[in-house]
Ligand binder design. Structure first.
Ligand code: NAD
Length: 261
């Protein structure tokens, strides 16, 4: 248990990578602010399950990552409930796949807001408390798409390159305050986000489901395997440890070799 008495806010933690990170931080003793969309009863089951399984406290913030005031309130909820927000994981994200000329304007705006701007709002709300306590860990879930592009994902790739830039900038600003800022860049991780983009990719490229999985998704990854949510979560836990206190401003790939190509 390395994170006892710390509090972690994890955005988009009702599913996939965010949920795995929240559970892994709870396992290390951190209290958790869960966040994300979904069925109310399911979310309550997840929240209560974390408390029972790991012996920590967990609260749920319904903040919509499209709304600046709700994002700030999410950070305040953590501070009010547990006295501090020490770890902030900006993880919420959505995807949309379309040729640029057909890309719906509202989808572009949503992706930039949820995948990039929400991190700005959360960081800005959390940093003063971290500075006052001289300790903080900010982890942004970026993507291999923060380093390289794929066709038909203009908004996602733009947002993820943006989050890589935001990571480096804030890392420099808070470097002398005991706060580190890093991003994790997974390749393809088998989560609902990946599953949901298969039908649109089938349509955009004229392929079958099997062809999308093998020739588009896993084609990118030299290991020919999906990354697991637990592998990403283990890296997040490491970034919160004392061993990682001199790692900041880094963009850490976990992509089966994808971006080595
Ligand atoms: P997911 O769909 O399983 O989870 C996304 C989470 O974000 C959910 O909890 C969802 O409720 C939340 N969310 C979406 N819109 C929201 C909003 N408006 N307000 C609040 N919460 C919102 O997807 P995932 O694969 O776990 O993705 C998590 C992050 O990892 C994303 O930033 C994604 O871009 C990134 N990522 C995923 C992969 C992958 O292959 N799955 C690869 C690289 C990066």
């Amino acid at each position: 248990m390395t994170l006892t008495s710390k509090t972690a806010v994890v955005t988009g933690s009702t599913s996939g990578i965010g949920l795995a990170i929240a559970r892994a931080l709870a396992k290390e003793g951190a209290n958790i602010v869960l966040n994300g969309l979904g069925d109310e009863a399911e979310i309550e089951k997840t929240r209560a399950g974390i408390e029972i399984e790991f012996g920590v406290k967990a609260v749920y913030s319904p903040a919509n990552m499209l709304k600046a005031d709700e994002i700030e309130e999410m950070v305040r909820l953590g501070e009010r409930s547990f006295g501090s927000v020490d770890i902030l994981v900006n993880n919420a994200g959505i995807q949309f796949v379309s040729p640029i000329e057909d890309f719906p304007v509202e989808k572009w705006d949503q992706i930039i807001a949820i995948n990039l701007t929400s991190a700005f709002h959360a960081i800005r709300a959390a940093v003063p408390g971290m500075k006052a306590r001289k300790w903080g860990r900010i982890i942004n879930t970026a993507s291999a798409h923060s380093l390289v592009a794929s066709p038909f994902k203009s908004a996602y790739v733009a947002a993820k390159h943006g989050i890589a830039g935001l990571t480096k900038t804030v890392a420099l600003e808070v470097a002398t305050h005991g706060i580190t800022v890093n991003c994790i860049s997974p390749g393809y991780v088998w989560t609902p986000l990946v599953e949901r983009q298969i039908p649109d990719t089938m349509k955009a490229r004229g392929l079958t489901k099997e062809q999308v999985i093998n020739d588009v998704l896993l084609e990118a990854q030299p290991t020919k395997q999906f990354v697991t949510v637990d592998q990403v979560a283990a890296l997040a836990v490491f970034l919160c440890s004392d061993a990682a206190s001199q790692m900041s401003g880094a963009n850490l790939s976990m992509d089966g070799g994808w971006t080595a190509k």
